[in-house]
Design a binder for this molecule. Structure first.
Ligand code: ZN
Length: 158
């Protein structure tokens, strides 16, 4: 661990405190770094924004992408005060940063009442066995959007 890495992680942890103390949400903070500069930051804002997806990492990814004016985080590192939940992990993979540094583990989060283990268990289940039912409707009709995408000539691949 370098002093620079330590500095950025301390900032992510500071954000975790800030968001929690302001009543915005749980104690989670995140900063996104590119070329040694913070280009995005976020803390959990689920309560404040009434948005269940407003986890620190998602908020920081949106902030960074907005500032960088790009839908990917090439060349960026993510510093998060806690190991990402499955939703944030998915968002991180879509954003394609270089690396993720995390401080607390998901076991630490579970200990504090933020247990995401049930989501990992749900992912492993067949769709029909999940606690939230998933039912496929109108597949053929919806496939037309994919056909149109495949044929679209002026698209940006990502
Ligand atoms: Zn999350």
């Amino acid at each position: 661990m370098t002093e620079t890495q330590k500095k950025f992680m301390k900032e992510a942890i500071r954000m975790a405190h800030e968001g929690m103390e302001a009543g915005h949400g749980g104690p989670f903070g995140c900063v996104i770094v590119k070329d040694n500069q913070i280009v995005g930051r976020g803390y959990n804002s689920v309560l404040k924004t009434k948005d269940p997806t407003a986890h620190a990492e998602v908020v920081a990814i949106r902030d960074a992408c907005s500032r960088l004016n790009h839908f990917q985080l090439e060349g960026c590192d993510i510093y998060t005060s806690c190991e990402p939940c499955p939703m944030c992990l998915g968002a991180i993979f879509w954003a394609r940063p270089n690396k993720v540094y995390y401080a607390c583990t998901k076991e630490d989060a579970a200990e504090a009442g933020f247990d995401d283990d049930f989501i990992y268990q749900e992912i492993d289940l067949p769709l029909e066995k999940r606690s939230i039912p998933m039912v496929s409707l109108l597949r053929e009709e919806s496939l037309q959007a994919f056909s149109a995408w495949k044929e679209k000539e002026d698209k940006t691949e990502y």
